[in-house]
Design a binder for this molecule. Structure first.
Ligand code: ZN
Length: 318
């Protein structure tokens, strides 16, 4: 089977980059949701010493990895456009990485959704000139006190400078640096604020946290996410990308259509198993004891969310 990868990269190089993507996140503690300190505090703390890597994708689009969700960077004469903002504590290495890509100033920032690991850096990026665009629910959640039970954390309202000033409901098109950026709302999926960002000429799709490439995903039921919504978004991603598209997931290495299909299939299979057990009247504990994620744990269970945590998130929504 042919593997799609960024043009100009050999398979060996692509795999090296993929392995690097994993290494970058290696410092994150396993099973963040298993107890103890809130992952919000742990992830913000780890970001202070994070190493940021730059991966050039296609055209004038690169991705920065190592601080929160994957950050896409489009450069050009109109200035840089960023998709997602990383964690504030990583401002120094992110600043260095942006300067290494080009001297173009940062002019715009797009948030794929409201979660802190994608919006924490909003305020400082706005302070250096970025106008922030997002789906309207991103602004709503950032404006209010918002609780995420699974993270055992309550976010206070964000400062004014961190709030998106250009918001939309369904879709928005931007023309910048000679290319078309298409922003599209998924409907409720990982949260109720998720959008994709498509870079027209380069055929690159940033899917935010509707795909964690090679990792079990988090699902935020407090702000409108659900396993059924995740599957709908995963189906939409598979249907819309070409065989040559480069896919930027919210977390995990840069991927492609095959990766989106693997992720969709994993979600569907685990959902079916968990729903079947719940339908038989099994409690959450009995369902987890049946190990519904067993066939996926080796490949998908080594990042923030392990199989048990993911099965619990699925159980909640079936
Ligand atoms: Zn998220």
């Amino acid at each position: 089977m042919k593997t799609n990868r960024p043009p100009g990269l050999s398979r060996r190089h692509f795999l090296t980059c993929t392995a690097m993507g994993t290494a970058v996140t290696f410092f994150l503690p396993r099973r963040l949701l298993a107890g103890g300190e809130s992952p919000v505090i742990v992830i913000r703390g780890a970001a202070a010493t994070a190493k940021i890597t730059i991966q050039k994708l296609r055209g004038n689009v690169s991705v920065l990895q190592g601080s929160g969700g994957n950050i896409a960077v489009l450069t050009g004469r109109d200035g840089k456009v960023l998709v997602d903002a990383g964690i504030t504590a990583s401002r120094p290495p992110i600043t260095d990485a942006l300067a290494e890509i080009s001297s173009d100033p940062v002019r715009a920032l797009i948030n794929t959704h409201w979660h802190f690991d994608h919006t924490d850096g909003n305020e400082w990026l706005h302070s250096i000139g970025a106008e922030i665009t997002a789906q309207e629910n991103t602004r709503k959640h950032l404006s209010e006190t918002t609780r995420v039970d699974a993270w055992n954390f309550t976010f206070p309202p964000s400062p004014k400078g961190a709030l998106p000033t250009k918001v939309f409901k369904k879709e928005r098109e931007l023309h910048v640096n000679g290319t078309r950026l298409a922003l599209e709302y998924y409907g409720p999926s990982h949260t109720d604020s998720d959008i994709s960002v498509y870079f027209g000429d380069a055929d690159i799709l940033h899917v935010g946290d509707t795909c964690w490439n090679g990792h079990f995903p988090f699902i935020d039921y407090n702000t409108g996410g659900s396993i059924n919504g995740m599957i709908q978004a995963a189906e939409a991603n598979v249907a819309r990308v070409t065989n040559k598209a480069i896919v930027i997931p919210g977390h995990g290495p840069i991927g492609d259509k095959a990766g989106l299909i693997d992720f969709r299939d994993m979600l569907v299979t685990v959902r079916e198993k968990v729903a079947g057990l719940k339908k038989q009247g099994k409690s959450l504990e009995e369902t987890l004891a049946a190990k519904p994620t067993a066939e996926y744990d080796e490949k998908w269970g080594h990042y923030v969310i392990d199989g048990k945590t993911f099965a619990s998130l699925v159980y909640q929504g079936v």
